[in-house]
Design a protein around this ligand. Structure first.
Ligand SMILES: NC(=O)c1ccc[n+]([C@@H]2O[C@H](COP(=O)([O-])OP(=O)(O)OC[C@H]3O[C@@H](n4cnc5c(N)ncnc54)[C@H](O)[C@@H]3O)[C@@H](O)[C@H]2O)c1
Length: 290
């Protein structure tokens, strides 16, 4: 199968990532079939995509007519069987090994022998997931970034079992979506998070050691390195619980101290200071929350 044989793309999960992936696939001219658990979720996804396309029309990226055509290429269902016959399926359901395993079991029951499965997982091992499906040679990681329509990078991660043709097709697919792909081995964090996670954790450690205040650490990285957001602002945005969880996953695998979440992060979780979502993290958002 070559990229030109592929006319339709399947997307499992219509959350923040799935909706974005469906949008870029439709923009690339594919018919897109999206599966999620309820109509309420698709409704939200459809609105998000429509708004994003509207902004692109206003910017002159597409005409209004083209925007409508793109949206018209996306269809939604709650039934995994609606993906039968779709040759390339991208999985973007909850980051939960059990949920993903169940979904791939259902897909295996309805999909043909040539189907390619790509997973957008951020922290689960691609090789372990490939071992769960009927045709591991046709399983690959495609790690997109949030928000998908804006972020140009896709990390393509072959599992140990992935055949070269599958990786090549995933690279082509990312390019068709208007992205710049890179390839990397199946290791925790791939390239971006392997570098980014210890950077964020180190910023928490600097604060813990009293090297500088949260404001000064963030100002330093924004003005000294041109970062759009300081590391502690980012941690508040993502949530202390997420940072702690991801750090632990990496540490379990690598056993390197730089991945171990600092005690301050653990204590913040105990205190309920998770960041923006609870109104307090390294900064106070209580006024904003009101
Ligand atoms: N959010 C990010 O910044 C980001 C970035 C890169 C990769 N990822 C990865 O993308 C995946 C999805 O993340 P997200 O942030 O979009 O999550 P999300 O919670 O926004 O969306 C997940 C969606 O999956 C749906 N879902 C759950 N079980 C399902 C099933 N059995 N069948 C169909 N749909 C099901 C949920 O209803 C939900 O709409 C995760 O693996 C995550 O690690 C996330």
């Amino acid at each position: 199968m070559t990229i030109d044989d592929i006319k339709a793309v399947g997307v499992a999960g219509a959350g923040s990532m799935g909706a974005g992936i469906a949008q870029v696939a439709a923009q690339a001219g594919f018919q897109v079939k999206v599966v999620d658990v309820s109509e309420a979720v698709w409704g939200r996804a459809e609105k998000t995509i429509a708004k994003s396309l509207e902004r692109m029309v206003k910017k002159g990226t597409f005409t209004e007519e083209q925007g409508k055509e793109i949206l018209g290429r996306i269809s939604f269902s709650t039934d995994v069987a609606s993906l039968a016959g779709v040759p390339f399926i991208i999985e973007a359901v909850f980051e939960d090994a059990g949920v993903k395993k169940e979904l791939f079991g259902k897909l295996d029951a309805v999909c043909g022998d040539d189907v390619i499965y790509a997973t957008n997982t951020s922290s689960l091992a691609i090789t372990e997931m490939a071992a769960l499906v009927k045709r591991p040679a046709k399983f690959v990681g495609m790690h997109f970034f949030n928000p998908v329509p804006m972020m140009k990078l896709v990390e393509v991660i072959p599992a140990l079992q992935t055949e070269a043709a599958t990786t090549a097709l995933a690279l082509e697919m990312a390019k068709k979506f208007g992205k710049t792909p890179i390839t990397c081995k199946d290791t925790p964090g791939f390239v971006v998070n392997r570098l980014f996670v210890p950077y964020i954790l180190d910023a928490v450690r600097l604060l813990e050691e009293g090297v500088a205040s949260a404001e000064d650490i963030d100002t330093a990285m924004k003005l000294g390195c041109g970062m759009p957001m300081g590391p502690l602002e980012f941690q508040d945005f993502a949530g202390a619980d997420i940072g702690y969880h991801v750090g632990n996953i990496f540490y379990e695998y690598m056993k390197e101290a730089r991945f171990a979440p600092p005690g301050l992060l653990r204590n913040m979780i105990k205190a309920g200071y998770l960041g923006r979502k609870t109104g307090r993290g390294f900064y106070d958002y209580s006024e904003e929350k009101k």
